[in-house]
Ligand binder design. Structure first.
Ligand SMILES: [Zn+2]
Length: 269
């Protein structure tokens, strides 16, 4: 990856939906959930960008080009590094209130200091500390963004992180963020599994009420159907049966468990 234009892969998925993909394994091989999918939804007068990526190359000029003068809302689905490091480029960012504090401070990337990847030099130039957006706006469950002819509703789905959100559009897309995707799945401590399962159930119920929703996860394959949610729900429920197969994975301070459809990293913190 030698320049900006090669770094992001941009595709027009629908008239009103762009996908901006970014590979995250280029910062450290432990991150295997390539690509990170950032979604840009275009309404008649406004646009919504979900997440801002790794902050390695300028993203704003690309987005500005695609939105052709529309008002832009920037939203973080949660505040893990790969979703927020481009925030600084944008003046104002919306995030769930539970994670507003984290994303208001410079982000400490010192865990990448020993990465074997060349590209982390870009973070080193900033002393592994990435500045936040100037203005952080808090949102909660039920918040709606009116983009003109398309509205997008926030669904609070804690578990992967306390302020993780998913988004449902009036056109039938369900953005599932890092709450559900096919890939390495990061979970909180075991005692928080009931919260994770409750959030997945909330999404499953939405899919039952509204048939034919398309699921757009923040990593790897899209669109998916609701099978993703039931497979993940059943997989997490089954973890207790295979708990003895856990191995420590120190980089994430987690237990690693290889399930049938997903590999799980369960926080030890
Ligand atoms: Zn992620």
């Amino acid at each position: 990856m030698s320049n900006d234009s090669q770094h992001f892969e941009i595709s027009k998925h629908k008239d009103y939906l762009y996908v901006i993909k970014e590979n995250i394994s280029i910062v450290h091989p432990v991150y295997r959930n390539d690509p990170l999918n950032m979604y840009l939804v275009l309404g008649s007068h406004s646009a919504l960008l979900l997440d801002t990526g790794c902050g390695l190359y300028p993203l704003k000029p690309i987005v500005d080009d695609l939105i052709s003068g529309r008002t832009l809302f920037i939203l973080n689905t949660h505040t893990h590094w790969d979703h927020i490091l481009g925030n600084e480029e944008f003046g104002e960012v919306y995030v769930h209130k539970n994670e507003a504090k984290i994303v208001s401070k410079p982000y400490d990337l010192s865990f990448l200091i020993d990465s074997p990847c060349e590209i982390v030099k870009k973070y080193k130039e900033k002393n592994f500390s990435i500045p936040p957006a100037k203005i952080i706006k808090k949102i909660k469950d039920g918040h709606e963004f009116d983009l003109g002819e398309i509205s997008v509703k926030v669904i609070h789905t804690p578990g992967h992180s306390p302020g993780s959100i998913c988004l449902l559009t009036s056109r039938g897309e369900l953005f599932t963020s890092d709450v559900a995707y096919y890939g390495d799945t990061f979970l909180p401590k075991r005692n928080k599994f009931p919260q994770v399962l409750k959030s997945l159930l909330k999404l499953i119920e939405i899919c039952e009420k509204q048939k034919n929703l398309e699921l757009y996860p923040s990593h790897q394959k899209y669109p998916c159907d609701k099978t993703l949610l039931t497979e993940l729900y059943n997989g997490i429920k089954n973890i207790e049966n295979i708990w003895d197969t856990k191995k420590p994975f120190d980089f994430f301070n987690a237990w690693q468990i290889d399930g049938e459809k997903f590999r799980y990293y369960i926080s030890r913190m």
